[in-house]
Design a protein around this ligand. Structure first.
Ligand code: ADP
Ligand code: ASP
Ligand code: MG
Length: 483
């Protein structure tokens, strides 16, 4: 079999216990036995990122006993793995010392936050970085004790970012140079690097993170600049599914999804991949596979360049909960240029991302959707920006609607297939589900709409039945995968 250069990322559940880490060691060991060159990227053990964020909040609130308790709990999780998977006493001691140093540093940072009385985004990034720093050292030690040729690395040495803490973006040229110089030679010498996901650093070395779920993105950056033949995201489900399996148990694995489709799926709520994962690999045409650590016999989902026609066109349904819709309306808006532009700039200044935009055909109102926690700030920022128009009654109001969700139907076969939107909305109509706003993705492979939160399950179930028809037709027609 041909040797490949692979980048593999293991998510939180995949490294969440001794039993899970045992699977990871088997997968890595099998791949090395095949002669593959391998880079491994790991998340924090499941639950640890949340616990670390909780510790920062507790510290800011002066609750010392809470962050001490969280620190002890995180320690216990990691030490249980040492206990179970590392038999050599000296190896145990070495890794225990390494982890204890980090845990001590975590406590010191919590004390600092307690004294300051606030946890800034910058400090929160330093706090959450301990999750991946701990897990990567632990997993490396387990792999060393299993005889694998691995070495631990912190991605903050390679992934250089801007200073947008908690959601940083890479500085591409610097990152490429660091990975080519610092990581590629190791790989070529037969070392398997085990790298922290999620974490980057500014050019002056301040730690940043790539946003929640950002280990996928981190792995894609590393895969791109190591010129990997394939990126494999190992997670806790068999692949990318027709909908969130927690919402509808009929969810099925999609054998093949295009880069464009996965972009829409991830942006509109499919938690299985971070929305930016395909960014670094799409132009390099690196295939991405999503596979199940706990069911490694399953081929998973292949994500690649080609889009594929399919019978009923709708491939998958996603949802984003906890959003609010803001509506700017007024008769005086008609034909006045620039109001939407100013609204969106004000929204950006308030630090909010717009998830969906929709305008009424009369041009007398338009609406856009942001996540709940920022909605109040966005409303204030937009009202301030449009103060004059509001005073002159050209704009009546900026209203917030909460308790709504965005549902998105995705499938690249929609492009050029008339009637898909009609089918979706008549289905919702038949089930008396009221649609509050609609938007089509610019890539024409998705349609998003807003409904009341109380209709979420009903809508997803009905639309999912259409997606399942697609999957079934593709299966019958042998169009599961173009490869
Ligand atoms: P990891 O820790 O491996 O990164 P995540 O929890 O971030 O894993 O993502 C995997 C989870 O995403 C699954 O357990 C599943 O519940 C959820 N999920 C939501 N939508 C989908 C979908 N369309 N396909 C597959 N999984 C999905
Ligand atoms: N540990 C981080 C998180 O929970 C990053 C990741 O797992 O992808 O968000
Ligand atoms: Mg994830």
């Amino acid at each position: 079999m041909k040797m490949s250069r692979l980048t593999m990322k293991f998510g939180g559940t995949s490294v969440g216990s001794a039993a899970a880490i045992r699977q990871v060691v088997d997968i890595v060991s099998d791949s090395l036995k095949c002669g593959d060159e391998l880079a491994v990227v790991v998340s924090a053990m499941s639950g640890v990122t949340d616990q670390l964020l909780d510790s920062a909040r507790a510290a800011a609130a002066g609750d010392q006993s809470r962050y001490l308790h969280l620190n002890a709990d995180i320690r216990a999780k990691h030490f249980a793995v040492i206990e179970e998977l590392i038999s050599s006493e000296s190896q145990r001691l070495t890794v225990a010392q390494e982890l204890d140093q980090l845990l001590e540093a975590h406590l010191e940072l919590c004390q600092a936050i307690r004294i300051l009385g606030e946890a800034t985004p910058r400090i929160c990034d330093s706090i959450v970085s301990f999750g991946e720093r701990l897990s990567s050292r632990l997993i490396t030690a387990v792999m060393v004790s299993a005889g694998l040729p691995v070495k631990q690395y912190d991605s903050s040495k390679f992934v250089i970012t801007d200073s947008n803490f908690q959601d940083a973006d890479p500085l591409w040229d610097e990152t490429e140079a660091r990975i080519s110089e610092g990581l590629l030679p190791q790989l070529q010498e037969g070392v398997t690097p085990v790298i922290t996901g999620f974490i980057g650093a500014t050019p002056d070395g301040t730690l940043t993170t790539l946003g929640r779920g950002g280990s996928d993105f981190c792995a894609a950056i590393i895969a791109a600049f190591l010129q990997s033949d394939e990126l494999i995201i190992w997670t806790d489900v068999d692949g990318v599914m027709t909908t969130d399996p927690r919402l509808d148990s009929r969810a099925r694995v999609l054998p093949y999804v295009s880069y464009q489709e996965i972009g829409e799926l991830a942006f509109y709520g499919a938690k299985v991949l971070h929305p930016k994962t395909v960014q670094p690999i799409v132009n390099r045409n690196i295939p991405l596979r999503v596979r199940n650590t706990f069911n490694s016999a399953h081929p998973g989902t292949l994500i690649g360049e080609r889009s594929q026609a399919s019978e009923t066109v709708i491939k998958a349904i996603t949802n984003i909960n906890d959003v609010s819709m803001l509506t700017v309306s007024g008769k005086g808006m008609l034909g006045v240029p620039g109001i939407a532009g100013r609204t969106f700039l004000a929204t950006a200044r308030a630090g909010a991302n717009i998830l969906m935009i929709s305008q009424s055909s009369s041009e007398q109102s338009f609406c856009f959707t942001v996540i709940d926690p920022v909605a109040g700030d966005v409303k204030a920022a937009v009202e301030q920006e449009l103060q004059r128009e509001i005073q002159h009654n050209n704009i009546d109001s900026v209203d917030i609607l909460s308790d709504i969700v965005i549902i998105t139907v995705v499938g690249s076969g929609m492009r050029g297939t008339p009637g898909v939107a009609g089918r979706v909305f008549s289905l919702l109509g038949e089930h008396r589900i009221n649609v509050l706003a609609i938007a089509q993705g610019s890539s024409e492979c998705s349609i998003s709409f807003i409904i009341s939160e109380s209709d979420l399950e009903h809508a997803v179930t009905e639309l999912h039945s259409l997606a399942l028809e697609t999957a079934e037709n593709d299966r019958v027609n042998g169009r599961g995968s173009p490869y």
